[in-house]
Design a protein around this ligand. Structure first.
Ligand code: NAD
Length: 366
């Protein structure tokens, strides 16, 4: 097989990273970019070293292209289904950003289209490809801590980028769907049991519906903006119960200013049945302490070789593995099914906040 010929649908904050990352891989060529935001297209083009893509503003023009093998879709969540199903039906392999979709119905339609047309469908659950979280999983596989009984995630950060769709729950699915599908997937991956029910409490402390919210963000290229129409929570505590009795908790704060300055960033930790603890901080380090052999290990992980500037750890590895999956005709590690499992927890959490009760995942699927 020659080079994989690729199109990029949406080159905002995330899509531009993908386009630049794939452009660096010898095995593929950036053939097309589709986005109606001219400045986002221009920002991306200047970073491309190896390709001269054709630009268009309507993805439907690309559906029938014969010189196109695969697409990377990084449009807002409410457009995932429309765009992904169209390309899967057109016979193209798809790399789709997380969450799979903002609703379960849309998620299932995407999965169904991928199965019907027998295409590769990889979800941008980038942590699945990160040296750091893969090492955590490996330590667990080697039985270092026994089964994981308790797990937590502290995501205390600055707001989403100042772009309207994030703040509109009908477009993003809500803050928990948009952001924490990553972390629920890590819970599922490490705990290796079936999530059964979710209890969540959350609301709007600072960024409130109807008030002029000045939104600033530390990593996006979009300038600060006032957003009054915000229907998403800006904080939550979420508890997930698994069928083996294991429990996980996630704390979300979206209003730190100017960003998390505690130096620890994202924290993901767990306790095993042998009393050992393992904690990842800042997407960079892992500490393993206690347990059977009174271990005390501090690991500084290499989290640059698996990414490119500006993306999450694992960003470039996930692209390399997408190309490999196409070549080998095998489904990826970050399947749409694991994306669906994480989405279910997020949707249950959003519902639990509204209805002030435990939400059983079964309720969402029956
Ligand atoms: N994996 C991660 O860690 C991660 C990080 C950030 C965002 N994301 C995901 O990536 C996706 C995009 O997020 P973002 O932060 O880049 O948003 P963004 O708003 O910066 O970019 C979206 C881009 O899509 C374009 N677009 C909108 N409708 C389009 C259409 N019909 N056809 C072509 N282009 C269209 C917009 O013009 C914009 O340039 C979302 O699903 C988000 O959840 C993933």
């Amino acid at each position: 097989m020659g080079k994989i010929r690729m199109a990029f649908i949406g080159v905002g904050d995330m899509g531009s990273h993908h386009c630049i990352g794939f452009d660096r891989l010898e095995e593929c060529e950036v053939k097309y970019i589709c986005d109606m935001n001219e400045s986002n297209v221009a920002r991306t083009l200047v970073e491309l070293a190896n390709s001269k893509p054709v630009i268009c503003t309507d993805y439907r023009e690309l559906l029938g292209k014969e010189d196109l093998d695969a697409v990377v879709i990084s449009v807002p969540n409410y457009l995932h289904r429309e765009v992904a199903v169209a390309f899967l039906e057109a016979g193209k392999h798809v790399f789709l950003e997380k969450p799979v979709a903002h609703t379960l119905e849309d998620c299932d339609a995407i999965i169904e289209a991928a199965e019907r047309h027998d295409r590769i469908l990889q979800i941008g659950l980038v942590y699945r490809y990160s040296n750091l979280y893969r090492r955590m999983a490996k330590e667990l596989e080697q039985g270092r801590l026994g089964d994981v009984k308790l797990m937590w995630c502290k995501e205390f950060r600055d707001p989403f980028p100042p772009t309207d769709w994030f703040y509109d729950k009908s477009k993003s699915g809500g803050a928990i769907v948009e952001k924490d599908c990553h972390h629920f997937d890590i819970f599922n991956w490490m705990i290796k049991a079936k999530p059964v029910r979710v209890f969540a409490s959350g609301g709007q402390h600072v960024m409130k519906q109807g008030q002029e919210n000045r939104i600033t963000n530390s990593y996006s290229h979009y300038p600060a903006k006032n957003i009054a129409d915000t229907s998403i929570v800006d904080h939550a505590f979420i508890t997930v119960d698994y069928d083996n009795g294991s429990k996980a908790n996630l704390g979300l704060c979206m209003y730190l200013k100017p960003r998390n300055l505690m130096g620890e960033g994202l924290e993901i930790g767990l306790i095993g049945e042998n009393g050992g603890q393992m904690v990842a901080k800042n997407d960079k380090t892992i500490d393993i302490v206690g347990g059977e052999d009174f271990t005390k290990d501090h690991l500084e992980m290499d989290v640059t070789s698996d990414s490119i500037m500006g993306g999450h750890t694992g960003g470039q590895t996930q692209r390399i593995e997408f190309i490999k999956c196409i070549h080998e005709g095998k489904q990826p590690f970050a399947t749409a099914q694991i994306g669906r499992n994480a989405l279910l927890i997020a949707l249950a959490a959003e519902k639990s906040i509204l209805e002030e009760r435990y939400v059983y995942l079964e309720e969402l699927t029956s």
